[in-house]
Design a protein around this ligand. Structure first.
Ligand code: GLU
Length: 315
């Protein structure tokens, strides 16, 4: 990969057809990289093999290409590109997982979901569960007995008490306390699948991604990820988060809003230019909604135009 060039990425999960919110992020990640003469990469985040399929990945690739969002590295239609599918990279994740184990940073967690919910730990600001450290307090003998038994276990990483601080490209300086907001977080799930937090860091680092643009639902995930970058000795990319698209009732658009998925959008808007025009207008890149090619937006793109508040989508 060319040195000194920005490399952005799309990192979608093919668990369903992309919807307006996903392609909003894809367009802006692409515009940010392309407006700096940078490269783009497509990685298929299909770790959850119970929900993600190869067919859905194929449709996703077709939808991105239809929109005119291209990439220089990554998964390509009808060609083997195993290194860009997370489901095929567990050998790589294992190597780094073992590195964390060698640093004595991770420990097995035997808590069931029910036990986790029963524990009266506080919840973080965005409502996810903060692990109270139950299994960290097991004695070595208790841990060995559980490991030798039939217990399934997840693996968690010990987090420090200090704040993690970073400068977001769009939202400015951010500070988050891992111990308070996350607790020791999971790096490998009890079904043996490596966790998103670990896989995404290893992949972005090994694939030389320099710019990560994604929805602000992942803003709080940036702190655990930066902590992993540090522990694994990788340079962190620049992070930039985007406002979320919401329904008029304030609810975040989700894959279940089928009327806004790419299938429905392609049928309703007919041309990629019409869909891109809608997204570009929502993003503030153009003032009024009109059909336009993604490539024509490159010279018009400016982060200053992108709203910071969540964007209500009306149809
Ligand atoms: N695969 C994640 C998703 O589709 C995005 C991960 C990321 O951008 O870091 O929600």
């Amino acid at each position: 990969m060319a040195e000194n060039k920005i490399c952005g990425r799309f990192a979608p999960s093919p668990s369903g057809r992309m919807h307006l919110g996903n392609i909003f992020c894809a367009l802006l990640a692409w515009l940010s990289a392309r407006s700096q003469n940078g490269n783009m990469l497509l990685r298929i985040e299909d770790l959850d093999t119970s929900r993600c399929t190869e067919e859905k990945a194929r449709v996703l690739i077709d939808d991105l290409l239809w929109l005119g969002l291209d990439w220089d590295y990554g998964a390509v239609p009808d060609k083997p590109a195993d290194e860009y599918y997370q489901s095929r990279r567990s050998g790589i994740y294992k190597k780094y997982f073992d590195e964390l184990a060698a640093q004595d940073l991770i420990y097995p967690c035997f808590c069931s979901r029910a036990e986790l919910h029963a524990a009266s730990a506080p919840h973080s600001s965005d409502g996810h569960f903060v692990y109270p450290g139950t299994c960290l307090r097991l004695t070595a003998a208790q841990r060995a007995a559980k490991l030798a038994g039939a217990h399934k276990c997840a693996w968690r990483i010990k987090v420090p008490g200090a704040d993690v601080t970073f400068d977001d490209l769009h939202y400015g300086r951010q500070s988050l306390n891992l111990a308070r907001e996350w607790g020791d977080f999971i790096v490998r799930r009890s079904d043996g699948i490596y966790a998103y937090q670990l896989a995404v860091v290893i992949d972005d680092a090994l694939m030389n991604v320099t710019e990560v643009i994604r929805g602000s639902d992942l803003l709080t995930s940036t702190a655990p990820q930066l902590y992993l970058y540090k522990q694994l000795g990788f340079n962190a990319p620049q992070f930039g988060h985007l406002p979320l698209l919401t329904a008029p009732d304030g609810r975040r658009l989700a894959k279940r809003d089928l009327d806004l998925d790419m299938g429905a959008l392609r049928q309703h808007y007919k041309t990629p230019e019409a869909v891109i025009g809608k997204l570009a207008c929502l993003a503030g890149v153009i003032d009024k909604e009109e059909a336009i090619k993604a490539a024509e937006l490159i010279p018009l793109f400016d982060w200053q135009k992108v709203p910071k508040k969540n964007i209500v989508v009306k149809f």
